[in-house]
Design a protein around this ligand. Structure first.
Ligand SMILES: C[S@@+](CC[C@H](N)C(=O)[O-])C[C@H]1O[C@@H](n2cnc3c(N)ncnc32)[C@H](O)[C@@H]1O
Length: 265
């Protein structure tokens, strides 16, 4: 299959998330996979909204309070409301954002991510998170790795199995950025789902989705932040991370996603 072709008969994380957020860039297989997952975990729609709200709060924190002007957003997703550059450039128009995703549907919509404030800049890289050399090489054309960078890995690392060593991937990215850089992560969590629900979701992803999802514990998620100081409140459910009245996902629910931001020492 060429890079521009894709199989719409298999559910894919980007299109499933788009469906949950109310987007139109999804196919019958994606919608069927979501309906099946909602049977297993009814709070999935809440989780998607809470995750997106976490991304917004994290980027606002990084731009407004941490003084970050450069972002490397890997696992961008299909453009929707509140893309990273829009959130950051609303606060600091000169922000530079490099987006990375490997989904052809995200690539097809990437031009929406390239409409930057004229004071800043954005770029899009069609690449796999596991190919860190390629990502860093291309991102270095827009980002200055001599200055702090925020690396955002929001709702992507659970698509990387242990066999692909996600800790080494994150370490390679953080090694490339200077002290004072930041890492933001959200991640499907064990300890937040009862074991039957977790096993149900992982097994369903293995059967029906292109990626098998791996939930990780609070301790396992904390390990990604080695070499950083966690920004309070540390590793918590995404909806609990620096809640701002009026911006959290509406309604009751539990996202079952861990979220945190750390500052590189
Ligand atoms: C659930 S979406 C999250 C979108 C956005 N970060 C957010 O949280 O709102 C996850 C994205 O990660 C992308 N993704 C998953 N595995 C990837 C990989 N190995 N390399 C690049 N992108 C990947 C998917 O294509 C999808 O667009």
């Amino acid at each position: 299959m060429s890079k521009t072709e894709f199989d719409t008969s298999v559910a894919h994380q980007a299109r499933m998330y788009d469906y949950l957020l109310g987007g139109k860039d999804n196919y019958a297989a994606d919608r069927a996979a979501i309906e099946a997952q909602l049977e297993i975990f009814p709070d999935l729609a809440f989780a998607a909204l809470a995750n997106r709200a976490f991304l917004g709060r994290a980027v606002r924190y990084l731009a407004a309070e941490a003084g970050i002007r450069q972002f490397l957003d890997i696992g961008t997703g299909i453009p929707t409301a509140g893309n990273t550059h829009q959130v950051a450039q609303e606060i600091t128009p000169e922000s530079r954002v490099v987006y990375v995703d490997y989904d052809p549907v995200v690539l097809a919509h990437a031009r929406a991510l390239l409409i930057s404030h004229e004071a800043g800049a954005t770029d899009y890289i069609d690449a796999d998170l596991r190919d860190t050399g390629n990502i860093l090489g291309q991102a270095g054309q827009l980002l200055d790795f001599g200055e702090p960078v925020a690396v955002t890995l929001v709702a992507i690392l659970h698509a990387i199995p242990d066999s692909d060593d996600p800790y080494a991937i994150v370490a390679r990215l953080m090694d490339a950025v200077p002290a004072g850089s930041y890492l933001a992560i959200s991640h499907m969590g064990t300890g937040l789902l009862d074991s039957e629900t977790r096993r149900g979701l992982e097994a369903h992803s293995g059967r029906a989705m292109q990626q098998r999802l791996t939930a990780r514990s609070r301790e396992q998620v904390t390990r990604f932040f080695a070499g950083t100081d966690l920004v309070p409140p540390g590793v918590v459910r995404v909806e609990e991370w620096r809640q701002e009245p009026g911006t959290a996902a509406d309604g009751p629910g539990s996202s079952a996603l861990w979220g945190a931001v750390g500052r590189k020492r």
